[in-house]
Design a protein around this ligand. Structure first.
Ligand code: GDP
Length: 326
């Protein structure tokens, strides 16, 4: 199954509920109530849902829209405009960059690092991984497996060793080997804010002291199936560190999908990558057009939906050679 297909399938339940709302003949209070309930149920959050509904109501009035299907297109277009990811969001991929990957345990940090390493390598970058989550031996081993799979080098210490020492070694190696991108896996403990802040602060200081000219990008990994919790985690990490982008994982499972829209609307941090599975090629750049299509399009209506799908969806390029590795 292709990437878009997996995304489409993952979000199919939410898409069905949304489609049902638009099956009515009249745009009235009941319709708006149904729409509101469905969007909130999709993990879009109260605040974002209210904003979407207010915008739609205003436009329905302004353009004298009577048909619920036209109303759906309005929402699709509104969200697409709102969620445009700035092209510069990915500039870091072409600079010498240290990517600090943060997030609580279990969200898919290790997996996402492995997938990103493979993609960057596939594009001709020299990639290095650092296992700076030294609290769990299993995490170090898992990252080593991913490094092997992605065919990139890894710097790892022993369990319980100082994460900063690993970062120090990794940054030295990055300079010595002329590495393009260093991906650092950090420990995912949120319960002690001060520790977390100290640890991330220390890592940043080592990087800027030992390699002042390198670019630093901080990406937070969030589990899309945890809905509003994911949003809360992003807020809490955002209180202790600057975040440049989000990796939203597990959109192939029970995720309802609205959380990506809530994140964009409420945090003003762009979702940069999304994950739709456990395989090496199951992570791609986030394409808001595809995403909104996967969430809102009624694929049973070929006439109007074909237009939306064909106009906005382009096959995501991939290099099959690399992704044959299992
Ligand atoms: P970490 O603790 O944050 O490093 O999380 P891991 O990378 O170990 O991932 C936790 C679990 O989630 C593993 O079983 C992964 O295979 C799984 N996982 C990660 N990303 C995805 C995804 O996009 N979709 C699915 N279905 N599973 C994922």
């Amino acid at each position: 199954m292709g990437f878009f297909q997996k995304l489409k399938e993952g979000l199919s339940k939410t898409r069905e509920s949304i489609s049902n709302v638009f099956k009515v003949s009249e745009i009235d209070d009941d319709f708006y109530d149904q729409l509101e309930e469905t969007l909130i149920m999709s993990d879009m959050g109260f605040e974002t849902t209210e904003k979407v509904i207010d915008d739609v109501k205003e436009q329905v009035k302004k353009f004298h829209i009577k048909d619920a299907k036209e109303c759906r297109e309005l929402i699709i277009n509104n969200l697409r405009d709102q969620m445009n990811v700035d092209d510069s969001a990915y500039d870091f991929e072409d600079k010498k960059t240290v990517v600090l990957v943060i997030g609580v345990n279990g969200v898919g940090k290790t997996t996402s690092i492995g997938k990103l390493a493979a993609q960057y390598r596939n594009r001709g970058k020299k990639v290095l991984i650092a296992a700076a989550d030294t609290f769990r031996a299993a995490a170090i081993d898992q990252l080593k497996t991913w490094a092997e799979r992605a065919m990139v080098d890894i710097i790892a210490g022993n369990e319980g060793s100082d994460p900063s020492a690993v970062v120090y070694d990794a940054v030295s190696a990055m300079k010595a080997r002329n590495t393009d991108i260093l991906l650092i896996d950090t420990a995912g403990r949120l319960h002690n804010k001060k520790n977390l802040m100290d640890e991330l602060g220390k890592m940043r200081r080592i990087i800027s002291r030992d390699y002042p000219e390198v670019n630093v990008e901080t990406l937070i990994v969030l589990d899309g199936s945890t809905g509003q919790n994911a949003l809360q985690q992003a807020r809490e990490f955002g209180n202790v560190t600057e975040i440049n982008g989000i990796i939203l994982t597990k959109l192939d499972g029970t995720a309802k999908g609205g959380v990506a829209i809530a994140i964009e609307a409420e945090l003003s941090v762009p979702v940069k990558y999304i994950g739709v599975g456990e395989k090496i090629d199951d992570l791609q750049r986030f394409d808001p057009g595809d995403y909104i299509t996967a969430l809102f399009a009624d694929f049973t209506l070929d006439s109007d939906m074909d237009r939306i799908v064909n106009a906005n969806y382009e096959e995501i390029p991939r290099d099959d050679d690399l992704f044959d590795i299992e």
